[in-house]
Design a protein around this ligand. Structure first.
Ligand code: GAL
Length: 750
């Protein structure tokens, strides 16, 4: 069901965590016999498949002439397994059959013996459950009689595709002998970094043996200072790992930018080596002050007559008390939690002052409510389930992330949306055609009430097509009913994803009208609801949606395909937004997709983002400069100190939330240095100096290139400190794929 390609992501994660590299003598399975349909006899080795088509393995069948086919299909892969494979292996225990990923469900046989199944088929008691993110890595004892050494073997794979692409994909299938090193992993969660006093940090290295055999080897590590260009520590450690055991080693190092750790593990029996590299996640955001500070949006849109609710996001030592000066009639504020509720019946701009106090002091800030037709006057800040849980999202998971959003203080920094993405819908509508959630969401209205009572807004996902991208029910021909159902659950935000609606659009050259039609339908239904629902268009930027998104009353629109947690994806999506600057304004945002920091995974098996810390600073800085929605796509319950620090820099978030609503312009792109400038409401400018090189690079901003002159004051936004007055130009060393984010003021225009 996945349309987009997460190939690199899964392969390298797999290799990093479980050592899924091919071992010596491996046999690549490049083609197989293929047929659509389903017949159990196709699993049998004696079956004659000569009439079947040939398929390349590792690419969806849609790319091999089966364009519109979804449903069952079988592969029969013929392979001679030489006994020399076993004879030459250092460890002769198990044969591995690696099939990469399967869209969406597979049941795999070797010579008629079932060796594995991942996901469930429609006819199974549980019904269809896609498990495309799982890697099919099947192991058999080398003495299993099912293996025919030196003869033709048939690996038969029954596959079910529930929508989108189908078949064996995202990797090259192969056979090899498993080695002990395949059972060794280095776990890399950022929470195993400890920040110590005195500018030091410690990396706790967990090394685990996942196999039922003892493994021996050497850990060889070096700690390198990439700014000073020198090695600062180096050590070899001999290790013996008992079956299913884990050992921890602590590596100490300075806590600063540019510290890189390289670890090799060499397994003694096979002499195979796996390498693991990490940049030390370094903290830049200063600790939150105990005195009150008001964060988040300064501008808020509501339709006259709709229920109003807004929680004042504020940090500071608890308890905090909240007050609003000039609160318009019709609204009240809860002094204990800062929740403003009520109704404004008349259109217009309502200006007020928010006041938050604690025993150490107080903070005030202006706040404007614009009662009119526009919602989301600043880019939505919050969470969405997709990059994290994928289709395995559940009520419990949403609640646990919502609790973490509150407990870890993200709400206080303005993260106020919790959006459920695909995977919440039941397989059938109710008898009266009402959409119903599946068993993972026992009480949608209850979930909404829980979120609202904590000041959090509630988002949901659907498609204008009959099916969502995950193969769940879409809103096709039920738009009115669905919009009303969402409103009855208390939904505040709808992500509307084109997916299977393309069935109703000409395959090639679909017109603007074809593209707009489904979004007009839902726009008109949302308008009729008695509550405000932010409208998020998701159609990957087709037909320049930024030009007509406002006409759809879209508050935001995806500008590209799906993001993944890799530099290439971040680079491709983030740095291609320059031409869209003019299309962003309050309530009308370009959406370069959700954030890929923290524990992500698009399913049940989460992993820490593969972006380096440098790239993560780039991600958050660039998205803020772009006035992009900041929707966290990670398990918030597992938020580590680095990611929390990264996400809670109020000066960075203020750039994203700036009420002027401009999107940064790219003003320089030379020698892999890019400079992006965003005009801010207070007349200052935020400047991102990005280094797209693979090394630390000195970058210079010449004020005249930005049309500025004079004695310019520079502030480092991540560290929240003034850097003084700089004349003519400003130079800073920027990390690889990293950023230096500054704000400038006091300038004259040239
Ligand atoms: C994709 C969309 C993703 C996610 C997914 C759900 O089309 O771009 O963001 O919503 O569908 O199946």
């Amino acid at each position: 069901m996945i349309k987009k390609h997460l190939l690199l992501l899964f392969l390298s994660i797999a290799m990093l965590l479980n050592g899924w590299a091919q071992n010596k003598g491996h046999i690549i399975l490049s083609t197989g016999k293929f047929i659509t349909g389903n017949d159990p006899s196709w699993s049998q080795p004696g079956f004659t498949d000569t009439g079947w088509k040939d398929q390349r393995l590792g690419e969806p069948w849609q790319r091999q002439g089966f364009q519109d086919y979804h449903g069952y299909a079988w592969y029969r892969i013929h392979v001679i397994i030489p006994s020399s494979l076993k004879a030459s292996a250092a460890w002769k225990d198990s044969l591995r059959i690696f099939l990469a990923h399967v869209n969406d469900v597979d049941e795999t046989y070797l010579n008629g013996k079932r060796i594995g199944k991942i996901g469930t088929f429609p006819e199974d008691p549980e019904g269809y459950i896609s498990k495309w993110p799982a890697v099919r890595d099947y192991h058999l004892s080398a003495s299993d009689p099912a293996i025919k050494w030196d003869a033709d073997n048939v690996i038969a794979v029954k596959v079910y595709d529930g929508g989108g692409s189908g078949g064996i994909f995202m990797g090259t299938p192969y056979i090899d002998m498993l080695q002990k090193i395949d059972g060794i992993s280095f776990e890399n969660p950022a929470e195993t970094i400890q920040y110590l006093p005195g500018g030091r940090a410690a990396r706790i290295l967990h090394i685990s043996n996942h196999f039922n055999t003892q493994a021996e080897g050497t850990i060889a590590y070096t700690v390198y200072d990439a700014i000073e260009k020198k090695e600062i520590a180096k050590k070899d450690i001999k290790v013996t790992l008992a079956p299913f055991s884990q050992q921890n080693y602590t590596i100490e190092m300075p806590h600063k930018m540019g510290i890189e750790i390289a670890i090799d593990f060499i397994e003694s029996q096979s002499n195979e080596k796996r390498t693991f590299k990490q940049v030390l996640p370094y903290l830049l955001t200063p600790a939150v002050s105990a005195t009150p500070r008001i964060n988040g949006a300064k501008l808020f849109g509501v339709r006259p007559g709709s229920p109003f609710f807004f929680k004042i996001p504020a940090t500071g030592q608890k308890p905090l008390t909240y007050q609003v000066k000039n609160l318009p009639a019709g609204l009240t504020v809860d002094a204990n939690n800062g929740l403003i509720t009520g109704k404004l019946t008349k259109a217009g701009d309502y200006k007020m002052i928010l006041v938050v106090k604690n025993k150490l002091g107080q903070s005030e800030r202006s706040f404007t409510i614009k009662a009119g037709n526009l919602l989301a006057l600043t880019p939505p800040l919050g969470w969405n389930s997709w990059n994290c849980w994928g289709l395995s999202v559940s009520d419990e998971k949403v609640k646990s992330s919502a609790r973490a959003l509150m407990d870890k203080g993200l709400v206080d920094h303005g993260f106020l949306y919790m959006n459920i993405d695909d995977g919440w819908e039941a397989t059938k509508r109710a008898n009266d055609s009402t959409i119903v959630p599946n068993e993972k969401f026992p009480d949608m209205k209850g979930l909404g009430d829980f979120l609202h009572s904590n000041g959090i807004r509630f988002g949901i996902y659907s498609s204008p097509g009959p099916r969502t991208c995950g193969g769940y029910l879409g809103s096709y021909k039920n738009e009115a009913l669905d919009a009303a159902t969402y409103a009855s659950w208390g939904i505040d935000y709808l992500k509307y994803d084109l997916c299977s609606y393309t069935e109703f659009m000409p395959r090639r050259n679909s017109s603007l009208e074809d593209n707009q039609k489904p979004y007009i339908l839902m726009r008109d239904e949302l308008k009729k609801q008695s509550r405000d629902i932010v409208y998020s268009l998701c159609q990957y930027g087709w037909q320049d949606v930024w030009k007509w998104g406002p006409e759809m009353n879209g508050n935001l629109w995806r500008t590209t395909g799906d993001i993944e947690d890799s530099w290439s994806s971040l680079y491709r999506i983030g740095f291609s937004q320059a031409r869209l600057s003019e299309y962003a304004s309050p309530g009308r945002w370009n959406d370069p997709d959700m954030l890929i920091v923290g524990m992500v995974g698009w399913g049940e098996n989460l992993h820490p983002t593969r972006l380096t810390p440098y790239e993560q600073y780039t991600h958050i800085s660039l998205w803020s400069l772009l006035s992009a929605p900041l929707l966290l796509g990670c398990d918030l319950a597992k938020l580590d100190p680095f990611t929390l620090n990264l996400l809670t820099n109020d000066e960075v978030l203020a750039i994203d939330q700036d009420p002027l609503g401009k999107q940064a312009r790219q003003v320089l792109n030379k020698d892999s240095i890019q400079i992006w400038v965003k005009d801010l409401e207070d007349g200052t400018k935020a400047i991102g100096i990005f280094n797209l090189n693979n090394d630390f690079t000195k970058a210079t901003v010449k004020w005249e290139d930005l049309g500025l002159k004079g004695a310019i004051s520079v502030r480092d936004i991540w560290q929240q400190k003034n850097l003084g007055v700089k004349k003519g130009e400003y130079t800073e060393t920027v990390p690889p794929h990293g950023v230096h984010l500054i704000k400038v003021s006091g300038f004259d225009k040239t």
